[in-house]
Structure formats: C-alpha cells, structure tokens
Design a protein. Structure first.
Length: 332
C-alpha cells in the first residue's frame, strides 16, 4: 500500500498539465499513488493524462463537470488506506524533493497533521516572486483570522486526522474550501509550514481564485462566511460592521470593494480582537502584527497616505517600513 495518495483535479488545463504531472512523477520519493481526476474537461486534458503509462497513476474520469470540491472529495474517498494525503494542482510545478521533505517532517513530528511549504509565484505577464508563509502552529492559527496562511497545492495532510474527525472539503465554501477545512482541523492536530519554496505556483486568468477576485462583492460575501465559521470555532464574536470591515481590509482585491473604512473603526476592531480572542490556541502578538499589516496594506492600496502614516505611528515602526518597502516593489 503506497504511503501517500496525491490528489489532482483537472479541468481544461491542456496548456500546463503535462509539465505538472511530470513534476510529480519525477519526485525523489516514489512510493505514492497519483489520483488524477478529470472533471469533465472538453480540451485535450484526457489525451494528455492517458499519454502517461506510469503505474502509480490512477485515472478517474468524471462523466460530467462536478466542480473542484466534489472532485477532491472523490479523491479523499479513494484514499482511505493512505497514511498521508498530498494535494497538487494541474497547472503548478512541484520541486523534485517536495514529497520527500514533507514526509521527513511528518514522520518525525507525529503531532503535525497539516503541512505546507513556501511557493514561487509565476505566470504570463507576472514577475516571479517568492512567498514564505508562517511556520509555527500558534502563528498559523492566528494568521487564519486575516488570511489563509497555506498554499493549497503544497499541502500534505495526515489522513487519520481527516478520517477520525469525519472531515472533508465543504461545498458550502466555494473558493475557500481549503480554508474551511483548515478551520475544521483546529484542535485536531498541529499545523506547520516548511520555510522553503517547494512549488512553482502559477497565476493565470483561469485560476478559480482569479475569477472570484474580479467579483469583489462575491468575494467579500464568501470571506464573511469563512470568518463566521472561524469565529465560532475560536469562540469569539464579530458584529455585522466588524465582519464587514475584516472581510474588506484583509485582502488586496477585496480592499477595492469599500475604500472609505475609517481608521478609528479599524483600530477599534483591532482592540476588539485583542481583548476577546483567547490566547490558548494562537499567538495574540502575531495576530496583532498581521492585523496591522493588512490594515496598512488597505490604506496603501486605496492611496490613503495620511491614514497609513497615522497607523504607522500607532504600530511597529520597523515592521511598517519593511511592509511599505515590500508593497512598493510588488503588490501582495
């Protein structure tokens, strides 16, 4: 029985699929099953998948397009005997040692049930850049209140955590299906990231996230649902106005939905989070840093320089300068 089941869902990715599959088949760790689920593609994706003769590939061909979330759950249901579940998207490139390095950590640290890595963003008309996510469990849980601290196609999951807790991807959270699963996993295991880039993360116009990001109102609505789920999990409350604020200021794309949120309202929300959220499962210090970072980005994106300066005067000056520099060189 292979140690790892790697799940990839495919829908019309003929331009990138061959290289993506090759990057998995050429891993230094080789004891895995590779579940490739074609989700009703109408291009040459099936032909590309069938051109590979590697015995580790298990090809599942949906009779019609049922969507990413349902396809991933098919993958989970076909992986009940695997020790670990790994994710991969059909347009990304895994580095050769990705699986090997993740397995070393999960085998050595049995308390960790969810493990990601850093990524290199790349794509047409995009200057490539590296992203290194938080590492420690308490920082990662804190980060969930502002943004998803994991890159889904890098993830490896200890399968018994999912099975013992009856967890899977939820169709109630389109775009944020992975985010919702991480919230469900809080308290079942520890989270971690490898502070190393092990995947090239492609950005293009057909990415599901890119499509949703163009509809600011829908994205805000979807993120509000995630925040309600998270607040229930961590036992804190947000008013309707607070929910609206945090759902807008925590993302560069959603920041454009409402450009005139007041500085004092944002500061009041920060105080509320600090005073009401328990520190048992997360780092409040890191939460306040991320909230400050997201708030500052919100003002910079909307060209509100006076409010940005006022916010900097109330926060960590050194971190603020670093953030301003990073924003001036690229938009996160």
């Amino acid at each position: 029985m292979p140690k790892v089941n790697l799940i990839m869902s495919v829908y019309n990715q003929e331009d990138y699929l061959h290289d993506s599959i090759n990057s998995i088949l050429n891993q230094t760790f080789r004891d895995f099953d590779f579940l490739i689920i074609n989700d009703g593609s109408t291009d040459k994706s099936v032909e590309i998948i069938e051109s590979f003769s590697d015995k580790r590939i298990r090809f599942i061909n949906n009779s019609k397009n049922i969507g990413l979330i349902s396809s991933l759950n098919i993958g989970l249901s076909e992986s009940l005997d695997a020790k670990y579940i790994a994710r991969m998207d059909s347009d990304d490139i895994a580095y050769p040692t990705r699986l090997e390095e993740q397995l070393k950590i999960l085998d050595d640290h049995t308390q960790i049930g969810l493990l990601g890595t850093g990524v290199k963003y790349f794509g047409d008309n995009l200057k490539s850049y590296l992203k290194y996510p938080p590492v420690s469990h308490r920082n990662l849980v804190a980060n969930l209140i502002c943004q998803n601290p994991f890159y889904h196609p890098t993830m490896m999951i200890r399968n018994r955590v999912l099975i013992e807790n009856g967890l899977h991807y939820s169709t109630e959270f389109p775009k944020y299906d992975d985010y919702a699963l991480w919230i469900d996993m809080i308290g079942t295991c520890e989270f971690a990231n490898i502070q190393k880039v092990l995947l090239n993360y492609r950005r293009h116009e057909l990415n599901e996230g890119a499509v949703n990001n163009r509809n600011y109102e829908l994205d805000v609505e979807l993120f509000q649902k995630i925040m309600l789920k998270l607040s229930d999990k961590l036992s804190f409350k947000l008013s309707v106005d607070q929910l609206s604020i945090i759902s807008v200021i925590t993302s560069p794309s959603r920041a454009k939905f409402k450009v005139d949120i007041g500085l004092e309202d944002i500061l009041a929300l920060g105080r509320h989070l600090k005073e009401t959220i328990s520190s048992k499962l997360l780092s409040k210090e890191y939460l306040m840093f991320k909230f400050f970072e997201r708030s500052l980005l919100y003002f910079l994106i909307n060209n509100r320089k006076v409010d940005a300066i006022k916010l900097i005067s109330k926060g960590n000056y050194q971190n603020a300068l670093k953030l301003v520099y990073n924003y001036s060189t690229r938009k996160d």
